[in-house]
Ligand binder design. Structure first.
Ligand SMILES: NC(=O)c1ccc[n+]([C@@H]2O[C@H](COP(=O)([O-])OP(=O)(O)OC[C@H]3O[C@@H](n4cnc5c(N)ncnc54)[C@H](O)[C@@H]3O)[C@@H](O)[C@H]2O)c1
Length: 389
């Protein structure tokens, strides 16, 4: 059980780039990072307007002298201080991630970055290589992977509870952008539909990579051999897809499917993953994240609940309150930030042996997401043909 005590040498001096007052995702980063005494928010470039950046920084307790107009100034100024920043989070729109990540790694800073890391597969490989070369930590905020029932699912598959895995059925299909008025009234939706800012894909990159990472977490042994993608823009003014289906063929014979959508009218969030084995299946739905459905062929369905004694130890060690009380997305993210902190602490102590086996969504997971997005786009643009992975 986690109760918030510090478990590392010292709180990591941390800065944010993006995630300002007007942002969609900034608050959950701060709330999660600051929860377990592992990070101190020491500096930031919360937005591009320096006045707004300072006003906001001061309102959340950051020294106004350490609120900067851009990331280059921040890296330069902070490197002169004996108490300068050690790690950054990048929560800006997609087209800035690669440039900021590269500069941060070159400046010797640990990075926690929003997905997608970049647009091109070669850029992702470059960031992965730079992270290795500099012996730094690079975490990616695949925020759903911190849920305890995902760790339970991972352990159940590893323990053979399902038998050999045959099928992976994934969806992340919500309805809230089902008309063009979504981008007309919200800036954070508008840039997502612009290829220059969003990248070569909207919905596959924005949400599909989350569910893909859940599948990689639960069934790490499955490797994609080839895929076929068909994508649509149901809102005609959109340049990027707002719906897509992807068929997956894994090495060794397993098969998979992913449905991603922003136009699934009436659906709240709609992220689900079902893993089907020879003996049994499990299913997780992010709208009920404290539960995992467990269906053994020929037996009544079971609902496994977070915080229960019958779960694997890996599924209860990150509980923050006893079972029966709901935990949610903020706790899942907090679990990930705690893992990034432990990894950064280990890297600072040069404990590379520990890091070899320590799980967290890392730069390789981020790079696999880029490869997935680009292969989907390649397949769809070629007329929805099977493409080798
Ligand atoms: N992991 C998740 O579950 C999740 C959820 C939502 C968004 N995201 C990702 O987070 C990122 C941000 O998304 P959002 O929805 O919060 O966007 P947003 O448009 O709501 O917020 C972006 C923030 O970055 C600031 N900003 C923009 N350019 C900047 C720059 N050059 N320097 C400093 N600040 C800058 C803006 O002022 C704003 O505060 C995107 O990459 C998105 O894909 C991830």
């Amino acid at each position: 059980m986690i109760n918030g005590e510090s478990i590392i040498n010292h709180p990591i001096r941390w800065a944010m780039i993006g995630g300002g007052k007007d942002s969609f995702i900034g608050y959950i980063h701060r709330s999660s990072a600051l929860r377990d005494c592992s990070f101190n928010l020491s500096a930031g470039v919360f937005t591009r307007d320096i006045k707004k950046c300072r006003d906001f920084g001061v309102s959340i307790g950051v020294d106004p002298q350490r609120c900067y107009p851009d990331y280059k100034t921040m890296f330069a100024e902070e490197s002169k201080r004996s108490d300068g920043i050690e790690a950054i989070t990048i929560a800006t729109p997609n087209n800035t991630h690669y440039e900021i990540s590269k500069a941060a790694l070159e400046a010797g800073l640990h990075v926690i970055c929003e997905k997608p890391l970049c647009f091109k597969t070669e850029e992702a490989e470059e960031l992965a290589a730079l992270t290795r070369e500099k012996k730094l930590i690079y975490g990616v905020t695949y925020g759903y992977s911190g849920f305890q029932m995902i760790q339970q699912a991972r352990k159940m598959v590893a323990s053979g509870d399902l038998g050999k895995i045959r099928l992976v059925n994934m969806q992340f299909a919500y309805g809230s952008f089902n008309t063009g008025s979504a981008e007309a009234s919200n800036n954070f939706v508008k840039w997502r539909m612009d290829p220059a800012v969003s990248g070569p894909s909207f919905i596959i990159a924005d949400v599909g990579t989350h569910t893909l990472f859940l599948s990689e977490t639960i069934v790490p042994q499955l490797e994609i051999e080839k895929l076929l993608c068909v994508k649509q823009s149901f809102v005609e003014t959109r340049q990027l897809e707002d719906n897509a289906y992807v068929l997956l063929q894994y090495k060794g014979g397993a098969a998979g499917m992913l449905w991603v959508s922003a136009v699934n009218s009436g659906s709240g969030h709609g992220q689900k993953i079902r893993i089907v084995g020879e003996k049994a299946s499990i299913e997780w739905w992010d709208e009920h994240p404290n539960q995992l459905r467990y269906e053994i062929e020929g037996e009544p369905q079971r609902i496994l609940d977070r915080g229960s004694k019958y779960l694997y130890p890996e599924a209860v060690e990150e509980d923050r309150i006893a079972g029966g009380h709901p935990e949610g997305l903020f706790e899942s993210w907090s679990n990930l930030y705690r893992r990034y902190a432990v990894a950064i602490d280990a890297a600072a102590r040069k404990d590379y042996e520990f890091l070899k086996n320590y799980w967290y969504p890392d730069v390789n997971a981020g790079a696999r997401g880029i490869q997935f997005v680009n292969t989907c786009v390649k397949s769809a643009d070629a007329g929805s043909i099977w493409v080798d992975y």
